[in-house]
Design a protein. Sequence first.
Length: 330
Amino acid sequence: MIKTMLIACRQCLLLVMVLFGTSVAAAEQARQSMISDKAQESLLLDVTRAGERLVAVGDRGHILFSDDSGVTWTQAQVPSIQLLTSVTFTDDKNGWAVGHDALVLSTTDGGETWVEQYQDPEAEVPLLDVWFRDQYEGYAIGAYGYIMMTNNGGKTWNDWRDHIQNEDEFHYNAITALQDGTLIVVGEAGILYRSTDGGIEFEMIESPYEGSFFGAIPTQQNGSGLIYGLRGHLFRTDDSGANWEQVDTGTGHGLFGGKLLDDGSLVVVGDSGSILKSYDNGMTFTLKTRTDRLVINALIEAPNGNLILVGQGGIHRVASNGDDLKQPAN
């Protein structure tokens, strides 16, 4: 009788262990971004360069990389299903991506595999941009005035809210550095900051616009840069952010992403397939509208000079002037 009970208990224990192991495995699998043939066509929010490699991030933890200037893409192994909003690399190996639930991911192999560095689900805050000065020092910013800083490559992150004035907790949407090292932060309701001491302190500067800004990029000139946002509003500075002058964009659509290209030209993209290009450091722009009129969230210049656009409908390859390229045959 006792022996029978012991056998039964052992069987129950074995069943519990199997079920527990299965549930743990299922939970781990649920935290992994699903590999999908459609990932390249899903919503993507940012794209960047890791040396010669292109890396894009977006919905459901999708991260894709390309080694042939965007012709073909491979989906990376990612330990999250959160929406990823921004990605940056300091060289061809070391990169970081951020997203919802204050998530920070990092990679040391050019974006093929990723690990979770930081997450704060209780904060219920999406991180919206990430910028690194080098392999060690970086900043992650997001909604409700959330800003963090690391000086050890993301092994630990420090709350940086005491270094920037934002009593109303407006969202920070973008952070970038001008050629002279000045850091620019833009966000909701026209908030605008700069740091001239490498990010130790950020000062609020008078904003030229009360609507939200979504991005900022440097020009090739020292101390010059652009900020852009709602309803086609775009402003230019030549004195490291002290003063801003509005630039006519020819569009009333929102502007979400921009880049300084290798030849010194500037491209800004946005709603309804808008592509703006400037050859005079942002003094004037020409407007091109894609026929699909899909939202473009970000862009990057591929090693071969073509542009890679990401947004609605996933990844789009275009020529440097914005014209569509023929897709390779399957």
